[in-house]
Ligand binder design. Structure first.
Ligand code: NBP
Length: 467
């Protein structure tokens, strides 16, 4: 413990907050910490070992504020939603104009915009800061996506860049835009994470057939050495090789097949729909998690209709290419959503910079992100990553495999919602004349909604429909 005032404060010593606080202390910044359940504060300091010297334990919001150098910067790392508002309320009476609160949890960016505006009126700054990398990232270097007033970021930039992950020496942290921009980018990051995890799970479903989890682990480990190289493929290989100490069975065989979700995937889809976007792979991934939770319904369905019988499965090389194609499309849909939000909220997001700070520390870090950053700095017609020359070439090479894999799965009755959604997006986007002319005709028939014609200007024509 130190007698000097701390450089920064932190509230919320659960998994993420505790690890982030240790990371900050390790980088040489004095940090004052507080947790609602104060027993956790003592526990944290006694577990901090040699880093305890840089930590000031506080037992009330008032103590915390008093322990930090003004103008104060305080990181909030509590559960999203009402706990963030409760923490702000508890700190408010003790703060002075010029102080800054930094919400480092996963927040709905609408809440961040509201909180930023409310605190600005009181002369306080509010920074919404997305942090990705889980427990390990928080402790040793996460990817950090910052939103809020640019000047406030400058005041904490040295701390943030010191604790962030590094890609070839460059910190994976950036100020991306005002108010909710950082939390929006983090939300979409998680949306892409949902899609990528679902795509990997679908491939696992097609591969597992009669193969052991250990053999599957080798397949993913091999792929991690190629164009699919990424943290999620790497950990997939690791979890597939794990053995349950209780039963001696592969861990995969004892885990219930119902996925949890805390809300960021759902937020991505809700905000996308509000912006007139449809990131089909993310939508499919959110739906698949909801379906996974319907275990009893699925059991009844299996009794009624019979489960698909796994056959030989597609070729491993096809699965690798299919996963790459679908992953490119998922990232592209995420970036298109970021672009739409940037326009709507006037954020001027630097999309290439977003790709750059995702290259290390975060859950969706992958070899692809370097190429994505280059493509987004170059030409991507209509803002579509898939249309950038390098990615168009990759898709030309890999989509035939995606098509074969989806066709195989459909034929066998194996669900592949995210891969199908990626393929449907691709097939729609390569068709200049689609089928919505029929929808327009139907809408005009029953609701006189009008339509545009190919041969004449204007959009309010009506058909001469049979009665
Ligand atoms: P949790 O999301 O589980 O939150 C636990 C913390 O919130 C504890 O410190 C708890 O205090 C505090 N808290 C609660 Br719950 N209600 C409170 C209230 N009304 N007032 C004050 N404090 C309250 O912790 P986490 O998993 O470390 O995540 C923290 C944030 O980081 C979340 O927004 C999460 O979505 C985000 N995040 C998590 C991960 C991850 O891998 N876990 C990754 C990236 C981002 P208590 O001890 O008194 O109950």
């Amino acid at each position: 413990m130190t007698d000097e005032k701390a450089r920064i404060g932190l509230v919320g010593l659960a998994v993420m907050g505790a690890n982030l606080a240790l990371n900050i202390a390790e980088k040489g910044f004095g940090i004052a910490v507080y947790n609602r359940t104060t027993a956790r504060v003592d526990e944290f300091v006694s577990d901090a070992g040699p880093l305890a010297g840089a930590i000031t334990p506080c037992t009330s919001p008032e103590d915390l504020v008093a322990a930090i150098q003004p103008p104060r910067a305080i990181i909030l790392m509590v559960k999203a939603g009402a706990p963030v508002d409760a923490t702000i309320e508890a700190l408010l009476p003790h703060l002075s104009p010029g102080d800054m609160l930094i919400d480092a949890g996963n927040a709905d960016f609408n809440d961040t915009r509201r909180r930023e505006a409310a605190l600005r009126e009181k002369g306080l700054a509010y920074v919404g800061m997305g942090v990705s990398g889980g427990e390990e990232g928080a402790r040793h270097g996460p990817s950090i996506m910052v939103g809020g007033p640019a000047g406030n970021y400058e005041a904490i930039r040295d701390v943030i860049e010191a604790i962030a992950a590094r890609y070839r020496g460059e910190p994976c942290a950036a100020h991306l835009g005002p108010d909710g921009a950082g939390h929006f980018v983090k939300t979409v990051h998680n949306g892409i994470e949902y899609a990528d995890m679902q795509l990997i799970a679908e491939v696992f479903g097609l591969l597992r057939g009669n193969q052991t989890a250990v053999r599957l682990s080798e397949v993913f480990a091999n792929w991690n050495g190629g164009p699919l190289n990424s943290y999620l493929i790497e950990i997939t290989a690791k979890v597939l090789s794990a053995i349950d100490p209780r039963t001696g069975q592969p861990m995969m065989d004892v885990i219930v097949d119902a996925a949890g979700q805390k809300g960021t995937g759902r937020w991505t889809v809700i905000e996308a729909l509000k912006l007139g976007q449809s990131p089909s792979t993310i939508e499919a991934a959110v739906a698949a998690r909801s379906w996974s939770a319907m275990r009893e319904t699925r059991e009844t369905g299996q009794d009624l209709f019979g489960a698909p019988v796994p056959g030989a499965g597609p070729l491993e090389a096809d699965l690798e290419s299919a996963l790459l194609a679908a992953r490119i499309i998922a990232y592209g849909q995420g970036f298109a959503l970021l672009s739409a939000a940037s326009e709507e909220f006037d954020w001027s997001l630097d999309l290439a910079r977003v790709a750059e700070i995702w290259r290390a520390g975060c859950i969706i870090r992958s070899g692809l992100l370097n190429d994505i950053a280059s493509a987004l700095r170059g030409t991507a017609p209509h803002g579509q990553l898939a249309f950038a020359p390098a990615f168009a070439e990759w898709l030309n090479q890999t989509v035939p495999a995606l098509r074969r894999v989806v066709a195989h799965a459909v034929q066998e009755g194996q669900p592949v919602p995210a891969m199908s959604a990626a393929l449907a997006w691709f097939d729609t986007m390569r068709q200049a004349r689609g089928t919505a002319n029929l929808i327009q005709a139907q809408r005009d028939f029953f609701g006189a909604h009008g339509f545009a014609r190919l041969d004449v200007e204007g959009d309010a024509y009506h058909g001469d429909w049979p009665a």
